[in-house]
Each structure stands twice: as C-alpha cells, then as structure tokens.
Ligand binder design. Sequence first.
Ligand code: C2E
Ligand code: MG
Ligand code: MG
Ligand code: MG
Length: 275
Amino acid sequence: KENGRNAIRFFNPAMQAVVDAHARMEIGLREALNTGGFRLLYQPQVDRHGRLAGAEALIRWPGAAGTTVSPADFIPLAEDTGLIVQIGQWVLDTACTQLARWQQSSSTRHLSIAVNVSARQFRQADFVTLVRRTVENAGIDPSRLKLELTESAILDDLDESITRMNQLRELGIHFALDDFGTGYSSLSYLKRLPFAQLKIDQSFIRDMAQDEGSETIVLAILSMSHALDLEVIAEGVETPTQREFLRLHGCEFFQGYLFGRPLPIEDWQDFLAMV
Ligand code: C2E
Ligand code: MG
Ligand code: MG
Ligand code: MG
C-alpha cells in the first residue's frame, strides 16, 4: 500500500528485487541528468607509429562513496526507459565542447573524438538534426567527430540507417562500427554503409594468444577491411605482443590499456605530451 496504487507487485521476491533495483536506478539516472552527475572519460587512440590520433569518450556515473556504476550496467536500462536520448545528448555536447577546445590549438587540432551512439538514440526521428545542431553550436570541424555504432543500431532498418548515415557523412562526420565480429557482421551490408573504420571487438584481441579461432578472425577482419577500404582499430590492446601482431598484419589504429586507460581530460597531460 505504501507504494501507491499503481505500483506493480510480483509474487516472486527475486523478481521484485530486480524491479525495485531498476526503479531506483532509473530515479538515480534522472537525478544525475538534472544535477550534472555524469562524467565523461577519454581513452587515447594511437596510430601504428604510436602517435596520438584522438580519443574515445566513455561515460561514467559516479555514485556514493567512490563507487562507479559501469555503463555496461546502466546503458541498457537507459535504453529501455528512453533516458538514453538525453544522456546521449549530454555525451555529444560534452565531447563536442572538448573538440572545440582541441581545435583552438594547432598542436591538438588534428585529434578526433569517437562518441558511442546507442541504438535507440540513433533511431530517434530527429537524430540527424540534433547532431547537426550540436556540431554547429560547438563550432567544430565535424570531420573530427566520429560516431561509433553497433550492428544492432543499424540492422533493424538498414535503408533508414544508410539514409541517416549518408546525411551525417555529408556534414563531414565519420563512422566506426563498434564491437565488430560479435554480431552478424554480414559482408553484404557492410558494403552499403558509409563506415570509415571497423573496431575489432576486444574479446578477439584478448583471446588471440590462446585461441587460434580468435587469431583467425582477427586476420580475416583485417584482410577483409582492407579489401573494402576500411580502416581497422583494435580495442582492448593490453600487451606489446598483441600490438606487434596487429601491426604486422596492417592494423592502423590501437586502443587499450597498453596505451592508456580512460581518464578525465584534466589528467591527459601525459597523452598530450605525445603530440
Ligand atoms: P565500448 O564502446 O566497446 O568501449 C570499450 C570498453 O572497453 C570501455 O569500457 C573501455 O573502458 C574498455 N577498455 C578499453 N581498453 C581496454 C583494455 O585494454 N582492456 C579491457 N579489459 N577493457 C578495455 P566501458 O568504459 O566500461 O564501457 C563499456 C561500454 O559501455 C562501451 O563499450 C559502450 O558500449 C558503452 N558506453 C560507454 N560510454 C557510452 C556512452 O557515452 N554512450 C553509450 N551509448 N554507450 C556508452
Ligand atoms: Mg565504443
Ligand atoms: Mg567497442
Ligand atoms: Mg565493447
């Protein structure tokens, strides 16, 4: 009764606990949106010569007492509740503001920022308009903005995705296909979509040394991408052995703890000392 008339009550206490936890998290996400409670970290991306090429922006939700809820845990709920639209807009605004700062200085002007776009965000009817407006408001060179999409975001309505991506390409924005290799990865649709870059999923990089299958997949992705004129970036590169293997087989870009962890921009001095 205390929960009000409209509260849903399941008989199963375990299910109820999950519902309660989600409800609490949803309230927390709304509050974080209204009070500036999210943080954006930046993880370096480097080229084959080890030169800094840019960053991937990764959201954090710092909680009480130094805890941080992983985006892997709250992004799915943000998607279900539709809050991802506002959260995604905050990420885009923040990343574009950072790009504007980098573009003020000749030593950092060339750096790019990759922003993750979730399926529901990408499928909003006014997504293209919102991105265009954000880029204009920030006054940035759009060619330094890269949007990371996953297969699940584009495959639902391939024709609509192609239209949308081409509209953003006309503005100069680039696209990377995130977590490549974990979904359908059909070659036939890849040809039709204007991606500049494929991002090999970190699970393959992690397992390469122990598992021949992963190594074979990595090699296949590299040769296929190059045949299709796509750049490849490997995510989750943690060891020099992984980097050397990837470099030997023509991988163009690298991201992972070997080069740097995601950090607040205030802590980027060491990375920027590389440029
Ligand atoms: P993702 O886009 O595939 O991001 C890569 C994840 O790998 C990040 O986890 C990053 O911190 C982690 N990572 C990077 N290098 C290494 C490494 O060398 N070893 C290991 N073990 N991990 C590494 P994170 O930051 O926890 O993000 C998880 C996922 O949450 C992201 O996967 C992305 O799908 C989603 N996400 C993060 N930020 C955003 C955002 O702003 N918007 C949306 N829609 N999704 C986001
Ligand atoms: Mg990503
Ligand atoms: Mg990824
Ligand atoms: Mg991933």
